[in-house]
Design a protein around this ligand. Structure first.
Ligand code: NAD
Ligand code: G3P
Length: 672
């Protein structure tokens, strides 16, 4: 016991979790990499800064200044620069990747082998890759093996390198799929002058960071023409609406848009000449003014797209393509794209925005089930409040985390909180449920669905009232509108496998040290890639998406699947053992197999669409499992040709197994 504890406390995870980070690597010697390196060093952390340019290495090591990218700011002696990635990451307990988005994929191809997979890998880049339309996080997920994925995090928010460099107060968001990883990064970065908020909405934080760059170009241009503060405020506000539409369409959260990574960074970048993106727009506009006596051709030459460090330049093309692909209306971003990539005159593009047909803001009470999301986002929060007095202060609506559910179920109380499953109202565009502040009533809301990804409705899950993870989040009225008038009572706890199972899960706030160690070690993506016959050859992006299912610890004795009852989930075992058993006679269970890490159970009922033919029970002290709803699983695998065949094979195997089990039940096997 003593020795295993001692071993644990020496593991990199434990050291990082305790906040005792001593050495980090910052990969990228531009302005932001240097500022972040200096900030971390100000906490006494040894920072190994990788820079691409030898002059940067020499300047940092010789003069303690990055005279190329962050001139005039003295750097701590704890920042040591190197041109070797291997040297930079040596012994690092956290790695910060801070290079412009267009170079990330190539950089990873060349340097991936040096990157440690067991420590947080934090990306601070803001942009969208032109060719693939991927955010930095999506690039990392695609380009790095599964073992890295649980340690990925992003940092976003209003943070000019120059201000961080001189220690001015700054607040940012660190988002990670794994809340514990975000917490570790928070601990490493936080100081009195540098606040870090954690979040789990990685895609939302990244898209906000990328979009604000494009919008800042528009604001800079508007200011460059002298259009005034009214015009800039309108661009920021309508830009926010564009940001909201895209982020929500991609599955991001409303709370991210109203937070530091969204509004915070948008306001900063759109109104300060410290921003390279704003300045780019400003320069484009002022260069095109007649007093500069430049021809249009000269201006175009002057503005070299390939050398620009302003991420918004390249991102504007990516946003244009993404908006087209997802049918999201983004007129301001489209204008920036047209100017930069289509050679449209900048003033004409901005004026065109003013000339758009006048629209009336729709009253939410006129909206019906089935109306499109684009209509909904036109409604202001004030209007929504006004139109729905019954809803009360928005802060009183508590919800947390989306999960994929099957239609046709009523909401049910689970474990002191409420789990609500989508009620099939014939709407394929997705719904959301939220409870009132006392979690006694619920109602349905329409929400932009992640249906492009899974084709299913979603709902929001409320956690245990006492759980540390329950928080009241104010939904932006624009993205959360009731489908039907009035509230419904949440029925009281009823029996059934689903409720009993969920009630037996050990909630995150009760996880012990051993469990956290298991969480950091178990990589469901690799387990599914390597261990699941059904998923052999299936695209990594799909398996990656599947690995985002609910990860839980279930106590010994928890019945995950009950023979004869409906089952709507698959379980991937990450740790521990499960027993598969059938009833052998009154009060007698016959164990037909044992499952361990990497194995999947629940496929048969999904494939046959019948009630469970066997029970599955946790037999180890506890089991760490990934729970995947059938509907989510099936929708994710749609269009994977090889999967159908394998499903058939599994079905046949299970039928043979069931026959054998039946013989056991009838005792015929023992007679043979
Ligand atoms: N500067 C800021 O205030 C700030 C703040 C937050 C986030 N960011 C983000 O950080 C990222 C990096 O920006 P920055 O301001 O540190 O950079 P920068 O514009 O100061 O410098 C450009 C960087 O790109 C690197 N680079 C150029 N060509 C490269 C290539 N082919 N491969 C790899 N690297 C190459 C250079 O070495 C240099 O480090 C961007 O995504 C930016 O949006 C910047
Ligand atoms: O200089 P910009 O325009 O790249 O903006 C820097 C940061 O992203 C601001 O948060």
């Amino acid at each position: 016991m003593t020795s295993s504890r001692a071993k644990l406390s020496m593991s990199p995870t434990a050291a990082t979790a305790a906040g005792a980070v001593r050495k980090v690597a910052v990969l990228g010697g531009g302005a932001f990499g240097t500022a972040m390196a200096n900030h971390l060093a100000s906490k006494g952390i040894i920072v190994q800064l990788w820079a691409r340019e030898e002059e940067v290495v020499q300047s940092v090591n010789g003069k303690h200044e990055n005279s190329i990218y962050l001139a005039g700011i003295p750097l701590s002696e704890k920042v040591v620069a190197t041109s070797s990635v291997a040297e930079a990451v040596n012994g690092a307990e956290q790695v910060y990747l801070i290079i412009p988005t267009p170079f990330i994929a190539k950089w990873l191809e060349q340097n991936q082998s040096f990157l440690p997979w067991w420590v947080p890998l934090v990306c601070c880049s803001k942009g969208i890759e032109q060719e693939s339309l991927r955010t930095p996080y999506e690039i990392l997920v695609d380009e790095l093996p599964g073992k890295y994925h649980s340690k990925l995090a992003v940092v976003s928010g209003p943070s000019f390198a120059k201000e961080i460099g001189v220690g001015l107060p700054t607040s940012v968001t660190c988002a990670a799929q794994d809340a514990e990883v975000a917490k570790q990064v928070q601990l490493a970065l936080a100081t009195k002058a540098f606040r870090v908020y954690t979040a789990t909405d990685v895609i939302g934080a990244e898209l906000c960071g990328a979009l604000k760059n494009v919008l800042a170009i528009a604001c800079g241009a508007s200011d460059g023409f002298g259009f005034g503060a009214n015009a800039r405020a309108a661009l920021i506000t309508r830009g926010l609406a564009e940001m909201t539409r895209l982020v929500v369409k991609k599955g991001g959260k409303a709370s991210t848009i109203t937070g530091l990574a969204g509004v915070g960074d948008l306001v900063l970048t759109c109104s300060s000449s410290l921003s390279r993106n704003y300045t780019t727009g400003h320069t484009m506009a002022s260069n095109s003014l007649p007093e500069h006596k430049r021809s249009k051709e000269e201006s175009a030459k002057n503005f070299n797209k390939d050398l620009a460090v302003a991420e918004g330049v390249k991102t504007s093309l990516a946003v244009h393509l993404l908006a087209e692909k997802l049918s999201v209306e983004m007129p301001i971003c489209a204008a920036v794209y047209e100017v930069i990539h289509k050679g449209v005159d900048i003033k004409t593009a901005l004026r065109k925005l003013q000339d758009r047909p006048l629209v009336s803001r729709k009253d939410m009470t006129t909206l019906n089930v089935g109306q499109s999301w684009d209509e909904l986002v036109e409604i202001s929060p004030e209007k929504a409040e006004e139109a729905d007095p019954d809803r009360g202060p928005r802060r009183e609506v508590a919800y947390q985390e989306a999960c994929f559910v099957e239609p046709g179920k009523e909401a049910q109380r689970v474990n002191g909180g409420a789990i609500a499953v989508a009620k099939n109202s014939g709407v394929l565009t997705g719904q959301t449920v939220a409870t009132d502040s006392r979690r006694e009533r619920y109602r349905w809301y329409r929400r932009s669905p992640p249906q492009d990804e899974v084709g299913l409705p979603i709902c929001l899950r409320c956690r245990n009232r006492k759980g540390s993870h329950l928080h009241a989040v104010a939904p932006v009225a624009e993205d959360l509108l009731p489908v039907e008038p009035g509230w419904r009572e949440i029925p009281s706890f009823s029996s059934g496998t689903l409720q009993a199972r969920e009630a037996a899960y050990i909630h995150e706030n009760n996880w012990n040290e051993h469990m956290w160690e298991i969480v950091s070690r178990v990589d469901f993506q690799s387990l599914m890639e390597e261990g699941c016959y059904l998923l052999k050859g299936v695209g990594r992006d799909i398996i990656h998406r599947l690995s985002f299912g609910q990860k839980v610890f279930a106590r010994k004795g928890t019945v995950l699947i009950q023979e004869g009852q409906e089952n709507s989930a698959l379980f991937v075992v990450g740790h521990g053992t499960l027993a598969v058993s059938v009833k052998g006679g009154p009060g007698e269970d016959v164990e037909i197999s044992t499952l361990g890490p990497g194995q999947v159970v629940g496929l048969y009922t999904m494939l046959k669409g019948t009630n469970a033919s066997a029970s599955v029970t946790v037999t180890s002290e506890f089991a760490y499992i990934l729970e995947l709803r059938h509907s989510h699983f099936q929708a994710s695998l749609e269009g994977e040709p090889s999967v159908k065949h394998r499903m058939q094979v599994i079905l046949e195997q299970r039928e043979a197994q069931n026959k054998a089990a039946e013989m056991v039940q009838k005792k015929t096997i023992r007679e043979v």
